[in-house]
Design a protein around this ligand. Structure first.
Ligand code: DLL
Length: 442
């Protein structure tokens, strides 16, 4: 399934292929999507103006708002006769963002995900446990079709019903597993509660993504499950899972499927390209999509890229683990705080489980952060199940101190007993904005 002719292509060959596909995509949207035709006219360009890959910068951007405004099918470039599948991403407000696929799109997506699973260490002979949610969300069916395309024995377990998941893992003996990192951690916790040692399962690799996670979370999952934890990235608007994935060999950046997606990294304010290695906003143009080709989609995701060849031999550009999103930075009393930094610090503190919530609240007229963390069962028992115990107070002081020195913000810390914070079957909700709820008196 590893195809060096595509995945280890020289940059010159790759760029020639990208340009050919870009021209086809531009023509398709210009001729079939009124929104894009209008945008091209506003900018005074036609498909003939795109004479090189560099000319991508002449093209209009697409934002989530454009999909919302054309809800549900207004940006589709084919008639419903050719649409074969519809997915959507829930987002925070109301109606989902709707995306469509032709038969050919599904075929391409399955083959991209199949090769992603191979990149992550998967094989045809594997039993593959798919704990991503099935439904409008692209995770479940995206990984499912890819695993089947590879020829793996695919277990469509979906998220939830954790005890049953564990029975199935014990009985079916999967080599590979996929799901959100937070949900996989729930499975691990449940195994521990059941007296099992999660290191003793048949699992050898896990494909995790779809929500922010840190190197510290990776280390925790690898240690607890004795597996390699591989980062997979994607978004519905561009395709779904498989836009980029790390390799098993290096785990050093996610290889972008550049034969299908043209990538730019731009300064989110000026929209100028940043140098390789510098952080910026990921912007994708699809090169092969038929139902919903998308031009210069502003993902809001922050990362940096490198075009250096990877030690696995693949030449496609690699992006670093996501650093955050343009819209997830918290500004607390003028200080910029990234939730990923909070996770990074928390996961290094002994005695805590890797589950937490960040509550944004108002104290009088000031924004403030309340950090909700949970202690490990063993520590809870050691302190006689007394959260007022001096050891817990010391732990609390330590957390506050570490947060203040890393994030430069004082955070109230609420220590909770094991199992009290919500667990999710899919994407974890880490940040709760309660600033518009009833005001607390400081
Ligand atoms: O989450 C697709 C997916 C499914 C990716 C399964 C990986 C595995 P959406 O629901 O549209 O699609 O959400 C896309 O999730 O813009 C990122 O902000 C975030 N995201 C996706 N992968 C990662 C990752 C799927 N590996 C949004 N690390 C994206 C951090 C991620 N954030």
């Amino acid at each position: 399934m590893y195809n060096p002719e595509i995945e280890a292509m020289s940059r010159t060959e790759l760029e020639a292929l990208q340009f050919l596909r870009l021209k086809q995509t531009i023509r398709k949207v210009y001729e079939n999507v009124a929104h894009y035709k209008g945008k091209f006219e506003e900018l005074g360009i036609t498909p003939q103006d795109i004479q090189s890959l560099d000319d991508v910068k002449k093209l209009p951007f697409t934002k989530k708002q454009d999909l919302r405004e054309h809800y549900p099918f207004g940006l589709f470039a084919v008639s419903m006769d050719e649409v074969n599948r519809i997915h959507g991403s829930s987002g925070t407000s109301g109606k989902p963002t709707v995306v469509g696929y032709t038969k050919n799109d599904i075929k391409n997506w399955a083959s991209i995900v199949a090769r992603s699973i191979v990149t992550a260490g998967g094989r045809k002979s594997d039993v593959f446990h798919n704990a991503y949610g099935y439904g409008l969300f692209t995770g479940g069916l995206g990984l499912h079709y890819g695993a089947e395309e590879l020829g793996a024995a695919t277990v469509p377990i979906s998220g939830g019903n954790t005890e049953r998941q564990i029975t199935i893992i014990n009985d079916f003996k999967p080599r590979g597993i996929c799901g959100t990192p937070s949900y996989i951690l729930n499975i691990v916790e449940q195994m521990e509660r059941m007296g099992m040692n999660p290191r003793e399962t048949s699992l050898e690799y896990g494909i995790f993504g779809s929500e922010p996670w840190t190197e510290e979370m990776r280390a925790t999952l690898e240690r607890k499950l004795d597996i390699k934890a591989i980062d997979i990235y994607g978004l519905s608007e561009v395709m779904g899972p498989g836009v980029a994935i790390e390799c098993y060999e290096a785990q050093d950046g996610l290889h972008i499927a550049e034969d299908h997606f043209f990538v730019e990294v731009l300064n989110p304010e000026t929209l100028d390209p940043v140098e390789d290695g510098q952080d910026g906003e990921l912007v994708f143009t699809t090169l092969t999509k038929e139902a919903l080709p998308i031009i210069r989609y502003r993902t809001g995701d922050i990362t940096s890229i490198t075009r250096e060849k990877c030690k696995c031999g693949r030449t496609h550009t690699r992006m670093s683990r996501l650093k955050g999103r343009t819209d997830d930075m918290l500004i607390i009393r003028g200080v910029n705080v990234f939730p990923s930094e909070i996770e990074r610090v928390l996961l290094q503190i002994k005695g805590l489980v890797p589950n937490y919530q960040i509550h944004l609240i108002k104290k009088g007229s000031l924004d403030s952060v309340e950090l909700h963390v949970e202690i490990e069962k063993q520590l809870f028992e050691e302190v006689g199940e007394d959260l007022g115990h001096a050891t817990i107070q010391k732990l609390k002081k330590n957390i506050q101190h570490q947060m203040k020195s890393s994030c430069l913000v004082t955070m109230d810390t609420i220590i909770q007993k094991p199992g009290s914070l919500p667990r999710s079957d899919g994407k974890a909700k880490r940040v709760l904005d309660k600033r518009n709820l009833a005001q607390e008196v400081s």
